[in-house]
Design a protein around this ligand. Structure first.
Ligand SMILES: NC(=O)c1ccc[n+]([C@@H]2O[C@H](COP(=O)([O-])OP(=O)(O)OC[C@H]3O[C@@H](n4cnc5c(N)ncnc54)[C@H](OP(=O)(O)O)[C@@H]3O)[C@@H](O)[C@H]2O)c1
Length: 334
């Protein structure tokens, strides 16, 4: 099969499009003919060898697979030809991938492979962080950092779907416009020296209830200061490259909490949450309450370009790779 292969730790430039052995499913796994896989920041960490886990080299990156079932174990509930999306450890940038049957979900009619791929890692991890870690409630105030990125834009939409007032923070006017169009009630540029004061001004007297942070670095400290009484700060990632040190004294008097949330570890510790969350996402998508914004679609041989848009901070919303474009699927088939 054709696959994007990481043969040495490094950046997108070291990835190669090559023939690679087809993956062999274990007894509890399905095999998927992959049509679409979205680009995630974690791909950059994984190919750089700095992710939480390091696959053995060489490996195929890519954290989800939207496509059709090629084979499935008996009793799994899947049949060859079923349209599905699956959460992967890695392996999505290839014509075939294997996935645990319990992390594979039927795509409802009307959900394209593109949308399935865009919804999976980004929206599932964001929904888990907001609902099961932060316990965001309707009428609370949600502050979203990195609000035009993959998980950030998902947080803006999910925050609105959950009934919160959403304050979106991003770097540039075009990114802020996208967050506004996705439903953010307030948009603020962290390029402004007084961005923290601007957040406090629009959050109201109770301050921010929940901060969703996939960025870390220099944004952490001011964002923590905006949390009001009982505020929850959810660390999702460190796209700025630096994990913050948590000043414990600033948690105590306001009963603030700093929490971590990881899709990967939900998979180990609360797998039932994945299916419930996926069902919720499909339902909200059908109701028009969330709509992944796919800003770039690329064929498999341009996967490295897709990854570069994230590394260079140019990506807005989701970038999706059309794995079979130009092979057995015509352009735009997803
Ligand atoms: N815990 C989980 O389960 C989970 C799941 C998915 C993703 N994540 C993590 O969440 C983070 C974001 O992932 P993503 O896929 O949403 O990435 P993304 O689409 O590239 O968005 C990242 C955002 O971070 C901001 N940023 C600040 N400094 C940056 C830098 N030096 N390089 C790149 N971006 C920078 C950018 O916003 P501005 O330009 O507006 O500042 C950008 O929009 C990553 O750390 C990823 O590993 C975690």
């Amino acid at each position: 099969m054709r696959a994007i292969v990481c043969g040495t730790w490094g950046g997108p430039e070291q990835l190669t499009l090559t023939e690679f052995p087809e993956p062999v499913p274990k007894s509890d796994e399905v095999k998927i003919d992959v049509h679409a896989c979205s680009v995630n920041f974690a791909d950059l960490l994984m190919i750089g060898g700095t992710y939480q886990t390091r696959p053995a080299l060489p490996f195929v990156p890519g954290l989800e697979a939207a496509g059709t079932i090629a084979s499935a174990p008996e009793g799994s509930g899947f049949q060859p030809g079923d349209r599905v999306v699956a959460i992967l450890w890695h392996g999505g940038y290839a014509e075939q991938a294997v996935a645990s049957a319990r992390e594979t979900f039927l795509l409802p009619a009307g959900v394209s492979f593109d949308v399935g791929a865009a919804l999976t890692s980004a929206y599932v991890s964001t929904a888990l962080a907001l609902t099961r870690v932060a316990h965001l409630k309707p009428s609370e105030v949600l502050l979203v950092l990195g609000a035009s990125g993959g998980v950030g834009l998902a947080a803006v939409q999910l925050g609105k779907a959950l009934g919160a007032t959403v304050i979106a923070v991003a770097s540039t006017p075009d990114k802020l416009a996208v967050a506004r169009a996705a439903g953010a009630d307030h948009v603020i540029s962290h390029a402004d020296a007084n961005w923290k004061e601007q957040v406090l001004a629009v959050a109201g007297s109770s301050g921010v209830s929940v901060c969703f942070d996939p960025v870390g670095g220099p944004l952490f400290d001011p964002a923590l200061s905006t949390l009001g009484w009982g505020g929850r700060y959810v660390l999702v990632g460190f796209a700025a490259g630096q994990a913050p040190n948590i000043p414990a004294h600033r948690l105590l008097v306001k009963h603030r909490a700093v929490l971590g949330s990881s899709l990967r570890y939900f998979r180990y510790h609360d797998p039932a949450a994945l299916r419930e969350t996926m069902d919720q996402l499909f339902s909200w998508y059908a109701q028009g309450r969330i709509t992944p914004r796919i800003t770039l679609r690329l064929p498999l041989d341009q996967t490295a370009d897709g990854l570069r848009t994230l590394a260079e901070r140019r990506a807005i919303g989701k970038v999706v790779i059309h794995v079979r474009e130009g092979r057995d699927a015509p352009p735009g088939v997803t």
